[in-house]
Design a protein around this ligand. Sequence first.
Ligand SMILES: [Zn+2]
Ligand SMILES: [Zn+2]
Length: 315
Amino acid sequence: MVLERQSEPLQLRELPDPVAGDPSQLHLTVRACAVCRTDLHLRDSEIEATKLPVVLGHQIVATTDDGRRVGLPWLGWTDGECRYCRSGRENLCVRARFTGRDIDGGFAEQTVADERFCFALPADLSDDQAAPLLCGGLIGYRALRFTGDATRLGLYGFGSAAHMICQVAVHQGRRVFAFTRPGDEPTQAFARELGAEWAGASTEPPPEPLDAAIIFAADGTLIPTALRALDPGGSVVCAGIHMSEIPAFSYDDLWEERQIRSVANLTRQDAGEFLALAPKVPVRTTVTTYRLEQAEQALADLRAGRFTGSAVVVP
Ligand SMILES: [Zn+2]
Ligand SMILES: [Zn+2]
């Protein structure tokens, strides 16, 4: 399923079989690929495409030609030598290449990936259940780490990433407060089932101040809203690649050492840590599956908020 032009539907196309070009690359048969809001941002021109046409999809469960199951995340290649790579921050590599943006991704039957960026997956999860761990899980986990030892944790936007990170946070002994679109009672009930002690509309204040908030939704107005929900010293962590404009807010909302920060991409260390932790929680994903040729429908359903948990495309 190919994005030929941004702002236009994905197209079903027959492409030549991808071929591994050098010894570090693996030829892979795709088993499942989860849908991320970044795919939708690329489809909808909210972030710029670097290559067109492109096969989207960067949460790929695949098998190697010798039968091993591997997972491919968003980080597809780094140079290993820039100042970020040399300081343990390969997520910021100046020449990084990302799966499903710079490299053809997983809304396909086959793909090619750099073996150094492929990971073993928890054996007890099926292909479709494991796929959402590879971006929502990994980058959500990086965002969770940036909340430090926050006990009272707000999650703004309770989609694919939040439904996994809620389980991890509860496992770590944190108290989770889940915020959804106003009136989305099914998602609020879903959050309570996964261990959130409170769930409500993002327009409501939480029942008590928060130590940290992670914003998964792409709505910039949530940044000042979340800041106002924090106790002094608290932080707001923005986990998405794109947000709508942030409205002006009073310095009083930031005063007393409150912080706002973004999270960009992931490192292989994040992947290793999260994929080791996930079976211990254990993280259980709620997935809606789509056939490969329904990938455009999966993106439309994500845009409209028509499923809870994660969407997964299965060839
Ligand atoms: Zn993603
Ligand atoms: Zn680098």
